[in-house]
Design a protein around this ligand. Structure first.
Ligand code: OGA
Ligand code: MN
Length: 197
């Protein structure tokens, strides 16, 4: 059911290395995910990367809750989408992705994430990054944009975290930053990996 979307993402990863898609997933599913992110508890302070559970709020100041299957609920449906994308990317680009991890993230007013890469060259385990936004009525004065550069530090894009917008990029090639949010900001960040935990 997502074949056109998978094809578009795959072509963009080959051509540009990243893509920004508005209204990427079904609106009903997007709304269910927004409600889960807004209304369920269990969020914990985010670390800087896994394997490195340090919490340094001067670099990153949001809270997260890991996504898991929920018996056919919205999280399972989201993971069906990502599972299909993983298989499509493997079939067409031979990436050998074998694991997808993702979490809801909440940025309170004043929260941000300094410029960083999602994958460190000595680990090489996060290959493709995804971010899916869950914010109704977000305007440029609300801050919280995602800024993306290429790996020669040329500025590429400023993305408003609007409900339904999906960003996909190669984890090792694009430094990026989340600007200070001036409104509570909801999203799902995820990574396709080559290792199995
Ligand atoms: C991340 C990240 C971007 C965003 O969680 O690693 O870069 O726009 N998130 O939330
Ligand atoms: Mn990131």
């Amino acid at each position: 059911m997502y074949q056109n979307l998978y094809e578009k993402i795959t072509d963009a990863l080959v051509e540009e290395g990243y893509i920004v898609l508005d209204n990427a997933l079904d609106i009903g599913l997007t709304q269910e995910l927004m409600h889960l992110c807004k209304n369920e508890g269990g969020f914990v302070q985010a670390g800087i990367s896994d394997g490195d559970a340090q919490v340094d709020s001067s670099i990153r100041s949001n809270v997260i809750r890991w996504i898991d299957h929920d018996n056919g609920g919205a999280q399972s449906k989201f993971l069906e989408f990502t599972q299909g994308l993983q298989e499509y990317l493997n079939r067409h680009l031979f990436l050998g992705l074998n694991y997808y991890e993702s979490h809801f993230a909440i940025y309170e007013i004043g929260n941000f994430y300094e410029k960083h890469y999602d994958s460190f060259s000595n680990y090489k385990n996060r290959i493709v990054s995804t971010v899916f936004y869950l914010n109704e009525e977000w305007h440029s004065e609300d801050g919280g944009e995602l800024l993306i550069w290429n790996n020669e530090d040329a500025f590429l894009d400023r993305i408003i975290p609007s409900m339904g917008t999906l960003v996909v990029f190669l984890s090792e090639q694009f430094p990026h930053e989340v600007v200070v949010a001036k409104k509570k900001r909801y999203s799902i960040a995820g990574w396709f990996r080559v290792d199995k935990i």
